[in-house]
Design a protein around this ligand. Structure first.
Ligand SMILES: [Fe+2]
Ligand SMILES: [Fe+2]
Length: 181
């Protein structure tokens, strides 16, 4: 039960550190490191979009089944996940185009910071409202049922050699030792 929530919170910590990196890159003097932004966005579109958010959707749907009256208080998470996936796709494409053209479009900074703010709001709300509600509402049997449905190949930040650079950055950012495979 709470192991799943603990794992989701840990993934939030990684995501927050990556959002900090995006912000730092777009705010610093000179052109951002498009290679780094590209790696971050590839990660966002794979692990969070395809595995982190679906795990939360399972919890959300279990709460809806358990008590439909509880859902207005925790908003429609599934809709927010769809919005985040669209925002990730749009910013990722902007990064690709900026890298290809050698210079970002005028709206680059604005779009990047809006993406970062949207993601941070979402994560903060889940930490403050959604996770505590889930822990309060769902029974051990319901958590078991959720765990049985979870599909998760593991966070590529911690097993993919392609993500070595991000792993090193994250270990430094959030003061967590890098995991070995
Ligand atoms: Fe989420
Ligand atoms: Fe989340």
């Amino acid at each position: 039960m709470s192991e799943l929530i603990e794992a989701l919170k840990e993934e939030h910590a990684s995501m927050r550190a990556l959002l900090d990196l995006i912000e730092r890159e777009v705010e610093r003097d000179g052109p951002p490191d498009y290679g780094l932004l590209h790696e971050i966005m590839v990660y966002c579109r794979t692990y969070p979009d395809q595995f982190h958010h679906p795990k939360e959707d399972l919890i959300y749907r279990a709460i809806c089944r358990h008590d439909p009256r509880a859902t207005p208080a925790i908003d429609d998470l599934q809709a927010e996940h769809e919005e985040l996936a669209i925002a990730s796709g749009e910013f990722a494409q902007m990064v690709e185009e900026a890298a290809a053209n050698g210079k970002p479009p005028r709206s680059f900074r604005e779009v990047a910071l809006a993406f970062v703010a949207q993601y941070r709001r979402h994560i903060a709300k889940e930490d403050a409202e959604f996770f505590p509600s889930a822990l309060q509402i769902l029974s051990p049997e319901e958590w078991q049922d959720i765990s049985a449905q979870v599909q998760d190949p593991g966070d590529p930040l911690f097993y993919s050699t392609a993500a070595d650079r991000l792993q090193a950055l994250l270990a430094r950012e959030i003061d967590r030792p890098a995991r070995s495979t």
